[in-house]
Design a protein around this ligand. Structure first.
Ligand SMILES: NC(=O)c1ccc[n+]([C@@H]2O[C@H](COP(=O)([O-])OP(=O)(O)OC[C@H]3O[C@@H](n4cnc5c(N)ncnc54)[C@H](O)[C@@H]3O)[C@@H](O)[C@H]2O)c1
Length: 392
C-alpha cells in the first residue's frame, strides 16, 4: 500500500490530454495551489504547444511516461475514453493519486477492475462528476435529506446538446474504438444519473431505454475537438457509418420505487449544455438547470420561489461552495475548482471519507453499470436491472 498522506507539501500534478477539459483541470489544479509539472497530448509536438498554453513546466512525449513519472504526485487523465483505464491503472501501479475523467472505462468490467486497484492501493482516485459542486445542487440535496419537499413521487429531466447535430460534425467520441460503445449516454447521460442519485440519495434500480443514431453517417474529421463550432473544414470528405447513439430516452425506477425519465441528446439544435432535473415531492418540487446554476426553483401549489445563491440563506453544506458573494455569478469552472480542491484535500488528509460528496472511482464504476444496463435494455427492448452495491 502506498503512503497516501501528503501533508504540507505542494502537490505535483500531471495532465494527460490537453483539449477542452485538460485545460480546465490544469487551471483548477493551479487554483488549488498545485504545480502542473507536466502535460502529454496526442503527439510530442502538440504536448510542447500545450505545455506553453497551459503554463506546464514540461512536455512529455507520451502519456504513460507522464502519469508514472517520479516527480508526479497526482495524475489527471483527460484523454479520449479508451485511454482512461490503461492510464489510470499505470498511474495507480506507480503510486500516484488519480483524477480520471468520465467515463472511467469503456465497459463496466474494466471500471470495476479500476475500483479494485484503487482500493488495494489506498490512493485517492476520483472522477469529475463536477455538477455535484454547484452550491444550489448541494442545497437541493440538503433540502431533500431534511424532508423539505415531502415524499418524492417523480424524478425527471434531460441533458441536451447540439454540437453533434449535423453530419459535418465529428469527434473521436463518435468512434466506438475511442469513445466506447455508448456515446451520448456514457458521455453526458452518466453525468445526469450521477447528479440525480447524489441529490436524492436514491439510486436507480432498473431502466427501460431506447437509443437512436439520428445522424447515420458523418464526414470524418479526426482532428475535431469537442464543441468545435462553427465547424472548421479539415475533413477530406470521407464518410463513415455511425454506430454510437445520438439520443437515449430512458424510463427508470429507483430503489425506493420512484418512477422517472431522462432524455439525452447531442443533436438538439439550440441546446448547448442543457442539464436539467426536476424532483416532485408531495409538498414541493425542486428544479435545477445547469445553464442557470445560480438559482433553484422551488415549486409549491400556493406560491413558488426562486432560491438564489446567497450563503446567508443556504444550508451550511451549500454555503461552503459559495466562493463569491451573491450576485457575482459562479459557474462550471468554479465547480471544477471545488472538485479538484476537495480531491487534494482528501489526498492531504489521507482519505476521501472526510470529504462529503467527493465522486470516486466507485461512482465512475456505478455510471458504467448504468450505461451497460441502458445498452442491454435498448438491445433487448425491455427493462434491465442495474447491479446493486458492487462498488461500495
Ligand atoms: N467531467 C466533465 O465535465 C467533462 C467535460 C468534458 C469532457 N470530459 C471528458 O474528458 C475527456 C476528454 O474530453 P475533451 O472534451 O477534453 O476532448 P478533446 O478532444 O478536447 O481533448 C482530448 C485530448 O486528448 C489528447 N490525446 C489524444 N490521444 C492522446 C494520447 N494517446 N495521449 C495523450 N493525450 C492524447 C488530445 O491531444 C487532446 O488534447 C473525455 O473522456 C470526456 O468524457 C469530461
Amino acid at each position: 500500500m502506498a503512503n497516501i498522506t501528503v501533508v504540507g507539501k505542494t502537490l505535483r500534478v500531471a495532465v494527460a490530454g490537453t483539449g477542452f477539459i485538460g485545460a480546465v483541470h490544469a487551471h483548477a489544479a493551479r487554483r488549488a495551489g498545485a504545480r502542473v509539472v507536466g502535460v502529454a497530448a496526442s503527439s510530442p509536438e502538440s504536448a510542447e504547444e500545450a505545455a506553453k498554453a497551459l503554463r506546464a513546466e514540461r512536455a512529455f512525449p507520451g502519456a504513460e511516461a507522464l502519469v508514472t513519472a517520479d516527480d508526479v504526485d497526482v495524475a489527471h487523465i483527460c484523454t479520449p475514453n479508451h485511454l482512461h483505464a490503461p492510464l489510470a491503472r499505470a498511474a495507480l501501479a506507480a503510486g500516484k493519486h488519480v483524477v480520471c475523467e468520465k467515463p472511467l472505462a469503456v465497459n463496466a468490467d474494466a471500471a470495476r477492475g479500476l475500483v479494485e486497484a484503487a482500493t488495494a492501493s489506498g490512493l485517492i482516485a476520483t472522477v469529475p462528476f463536477v455538477y455535484r459542486f454547484y452550491p444550489l445542487v448541494r442545497e437541493a440535496r440538503a433540502r431533500l435529506a431534511a424532508g423539505a419537499i415531502g415524499t418524492v413521487r417523480l424524478v425527471h429531466g434531460s441533458y441536451l446538446q447540439d454540437w453533434l447535430a449535423t453530419e459535418d460534425d465529428d469527434n473521436w467520441r463518435v468512434d466506438p474504438e475511442r469513445g466506447g460503445e455508448s456515446r451520448a449516454f456514457a458521455d453526458i447521460g452518466s453525468h445526469w444519473c450521477d447528479l440525480v442519485e447524489f441529490v436524492t440519495g436514491d439510486p436507480l434500480a432498473a431502466v427501460c431505454a431506447d437509443v437512436v443514431t439520428a445522424v447515420p453517417e458523418r464526414v470524418s474529421d479526426a482532428g475535431a475537438h469537442a464543441f468545435d463550432q462553427p465547424h472548421v473544414a479539415r475533413a477530406d470528405g470521407t464518410r463513415r457509418t455511425v454506430t454510437t447513439e445520438d439520443i437515449s430516452v430512458v424510463l427508470f425506477r429507483t430503489r425506493a420505487g420512484v418512477t422517472g425519465s431522462l432524455v439525452v441528446s447531442q443533436v438538439s439544435p439550440g441546446r448547448k449544455n442543457h442539464l436539467q432535473f426536476e424532483i416532485a415531492g408531495a409538498e414541493a418540487t425542486l428544479c435545477f438547470d445547469q445553464e442557470n446554476p445560480e438559482s433553484l426553483w422551488v415549486g409549491r401549489r400556493s406560491a413558488s420561489e426562486l432560491v438564489v445563491r446567497d450563503p446567508a440563506h443556504l444550508s451550511p453544506a451549500a454555503g461552503a461552495y459559495a466562493v463569491l458573494p451573491p450576485g457575482h455569478p459562479q459557474g462550471y469552472q468554479d465547480c471544477f475548482d471545488a472538485f479538484v480542491a476537495d480531491t487534494y484535500r482528501a489526498i492531504r488528509s489521507g482519505g476521501a471519507a472526510g470529504v462529503d460528496g467527493l465522486p470516486t472511482f466507485a461512482d465512475g464504476a456505478r455510471a458504467a453499470d448504468i450505461t451497460d444496463a441502458v445498452l442491454r435494455s435498448a438491445r433487448r427492448r425491455g427493462w434491465e436491472e442495474i447491479p446493486v452495491g458492487r462498488h461500495s
